[in-house]
Ligand binder design. Structure first.
Ligand code: IVH
Length: 720
């Protein structure tokens, strides 16, 4: 008998005081109550209880099953209407979880090897071993063991912060909960890929189809959804697996090479991919790649390429990192999969920065297990049959509605049209005419002249800037997105809805929502699908993000050409938001002077700098930025530089050839020790470091009376 008949009877219960049998009964009753609500709502579209009550009960259920996984005894949480929550606790990665740079051909392999050899200054007789590993198409995870016990399991998230999914990870059968080996380091963070087997994926989809439910797109997304499910029983039922391939924090390392380390992983009970191999030269590497490409379709898990890693850990240390990827590793992607289909229509989408992108609407086609309905056509020249250099592609064939075309897709990349079957072209078809006005706001859309190259851009852009609706909404969606401000709760169509309702017109409005709700100026609760609980959750997510680092702040503004790395470089230059504001002032008085601030930063290109400065020159942008700063605190960027070295704070220039290390390694070393490395000698240079054949810089340095040191002296400074 169900003794709970209404919401309040569930909410008022003191669950923790119940016996285990009573707890079990309570959960079953709660499930059945929620199920009734679901079927009333989804089946007949009626609600017996308010949205707020429903939300509260769902949250209670989530909390109870998360805290008491042993009491889960149903597949209720897998049924319609139960969405995985985005409310996992966050975990900061002590060692960031990096990504890999990609190469697509054998030339990339040669470049990679040469770059590594040059950086390490290896001679022709020095060996360089490269490990090749399959690149598993799943999701990366990190497992922290303390004294051999699995303590935390987390997702990669944005690389710096992931989600704590320990309970879910513990359901994966080939992840040890305990490492019994006596050699195991006290702190051991194992990293690798969680994946779903293809056979399990197909079986799951067959079952979903039989039950009349929506099928899943591919094993990778399903693995990701399954791992991040609040009901750990669902994760368990999905049968996920893990391959270990690297590590994060570790208290001691008893190995000299990556391959030896993988040997230890196996000894400790982890699965390491059996196709992992040490290669001794270029031919070996190419053979490993080709072998894997050949057996790829026969494996029961998806691969999207091969990962190469420098085997020696000493070399890995020296090579270090460049922005978000290690210099000692590279991903060699497999060729994309192809299919032929018909273009039903060509739509023009307006991007966040006003770019007009043509998208082909396709007759749905299955490519490698994924149904593709759209493909990018890049820009109007591409449709005409010209590349960005103005040269003919596809033998000059243009693309028309009704054409039969070849499509490729690989991994995350948006499907592309690569060729047109001219034989099948309908004789009455007409050339596609690209619009010269923005389809959203009607303003003129133009192709800019790039002043540094003298070329006309291939992209046509709406000229209305933040006055065009698509750009306002796009930039708001970008602002809250995960890599930007990371405000949860604006997913799906929420931002669009709030924008259409006039609740949010610019980023600053996000931070006044709660106050305006309290004042009765906006009414979120009455919106369809919203309740008090979901609204308060949104406010909480917003409030958690009232403090942000300068680099994230700059990135979140969504300025053209300013991705996460450029935002970092700019913020390192500016260090504080006060400096950003004074730069703003400077620009008003003397734009040329403001440019000088950035010119010395080696990593920032001219296009990036002028894009940043022209953003700051626009009045509307400035007012948006100033308004936003009323509500959030921007924390300074502290450059991670050593302060107590012989060269901290000094400006150095390197010239000539060095024997013990490459120029790039010398530059990195100097930066790690707190020095600034400039490309040319000026009055601001403190030291000129000369290798062999130093050239003209030496003369200039002598004229300016700058300290000049040779490679030997440089090496002794490093030991300081
Ligand atoms: S190593 C510091 N090895 O590929 C090196 N990654 O594109 C970090 N991946 O986020 C990664 N198989 O999710 C590495 N054998 C392998 C891999 C692998 C798959 C994934 C991983 C990573 C992504 C980078």
């Amino acid at each position: 008998m169900n003794k709970y008949t209404k919401t309040s009877s569930f909410l008022q219960n003191q669950f923790d005081d119940l016996s285990s049998k009573e707890k079990n009964d309570f959960l079953r009753d709660l499930e059945s109550f929620l199920k009734d609500q679901d079927s009333a709502y989804y089946g007949s579209n009626i609600s017996n209880i308010s949205d707020a009550e429903y939300d509260r009960l769902k949250l209670l259920y989530h909390k109870l099953v998360t805290n008491n996984p042993e009491l889960i005894d149903s597949n209720y949480s897998n049924s319609v209407g139960f969405k995985p929550s985005d409310k996992f606790e966050k975990v900061n990665h002590k060692v960031p979880m990096l990504s890999l740079s990609n190469i697509f051909d054998n030339e990339g392999v040669t470049d990679f090897i040469e770059r590594v050899r040059r950086y390490l200054s290896l001679g022709p007789n020095d060996n360089l071993e490269i490990v090749s590993e399959p690149k598993i198409d799943g999701l990366s995870a990190t497992l922290i063991y303390i004294n051999g016990n699995l303590h935390i399991g987390a997702t990669r998230g944005d690389g710096s912060q992931g989600e704590n999914v320990t309970q879910n990870i513990k359901t994966i059968s080939n992840i040890p909960h305990e490492i019994k080996d006596s050699d195991v380091p006290d702190i051991l963070e194992i990293r690798g890929e969680i994946y779903m087997k293809k056979s399990d994926f197909f079986e799951l989809n067959e079952r979903m189809q039989k039950e009349g439910k929506q099928t899943y797109v591919n094993p990778r997304n399903t693995a990701s959804g399954s791992l991040r499910h609040l009901d750990v029983n669902v994760t368990k039922s999905r049968k996920l697996y893990f391959f270990a391939y690297t590590w994060g924090e570790i208290s001691s390392i008893d190995a000299a090479s990556h391959f030896e380390m993988l040997g230890l992983f196996k000894k400790w009970g982890f699965d390491v991919n059996p196709y992992t191999k040490v290669n001794y030269n270029y031919d070996d590497i190419i053979r490993s790649y080709e072998d894997l490409n050949e057996i790829r379709s026969s494996l029961d898990y998806d691969l999207d390429g091969v990962v190469y890693k420098v085997n020696s850990l000493a070399y890995q240390d020296r090579l270090g990192f460049i922005s978000r990827s290690p210099r000692w590793a590279m991903a060699h992607k497999f060729p994309s999969e192809k299919a032929t289909t018909k273009i039903l229509d060509i739509e023009i989408q307006v991007g966040r920065t006003g770019s007009l992108t043509p998208v082909a609407k396709l007759e749905p086609v299955n490519i490698g297990g994924v149904v593709v309905r759209n493909a990018t056509l890049h820009n109007e020249d591409f449709i005409k049959g010209l590349n960005s250099e103005g040269e003919r592609i596809r033998d000059g064939a243009d693309i028309r509605i009704g054409d039969h075309v070849q499509i490729i897709r690989s991994g995350d990349v948006i499907p592309k049209v690569v060729d047109v079957n001219m034989k099948d072209r309908n004789k009455d078809s007409e050339k596609f005419i690209f619009p010269e006005n923005c389809p959203i706001c009607g303003s003129s859309a133009e192709r800019e002249l790039n002043e540094s190259t003298g070329k006309i851009s291939s992209v046509r852009r709406c000229t209305a800037g933040l006055y065009c609706n698509s750009q306002i909404l796009g930039s708001l969606e970008f602002f809250v997105s995960r890599d930007a401000m990371n405000i949860e709760g604006f997913g799906g169509k929420t931002m669009e809805l709030f924008y259409e309702m006039g609740f949010i017109n610019e980023p600053g409005d996000i931070f006044t929502l709660q106050e305006r709700q309290a004042q009765g100026e906006v009414d979120i609760i009455s919106l369809e699908g919203w309740g008090e609980l979901s609204m308060n959750n949104l406010f909480q997510s917003i409030n958690e993000r009232r403090s942000v680092s300068l680099d994230k702040f700059i990135y979140s503004l969504g300025i053209r050409h300013i991705g996460i790395n450029n935002a970092k470089l700019i913020s390192q230059q500016l260090t504080s938001v006060e400096n950003l504001l004074s730069t703003l002032e400077k620009i008003r008085h003397d734009p040329g002077d403001a440019l000088q601030i950035f010119i010395q930063n080696d990593g920032l290109g001219k296009v990036v700098i002028s894009s940043f400065l022209s953003f700051l020159q626009n009045d509307k942008n400035v007012s948006i930025l100033q308004n936003l700063l009323k509500y959030i605190r921007v924390t300074d960027v502290t450059n991670v530089i050593s302060e107590d070295t012989a060269i901290s704070g000094l400006s150095l220039v390197f010239t000539g050839k060095f024997n013990s290390m490459s120029r790039s390694e010398a530059k990195d070393q100097a930066e790690r020790m707190g020095a600034k490395v400039l490309s040319s000698v000026s009055a601001r240079t403190d030291i000129l470091v000369i290798g062999e054949d130093p050239g003209s810089k030496i003369k200039k340095a002598e004229e300016l009376g700058i300290r000049i040191i040779d490679e030997k002296e440089w090496m002794s400074l490093l030991d300081f």
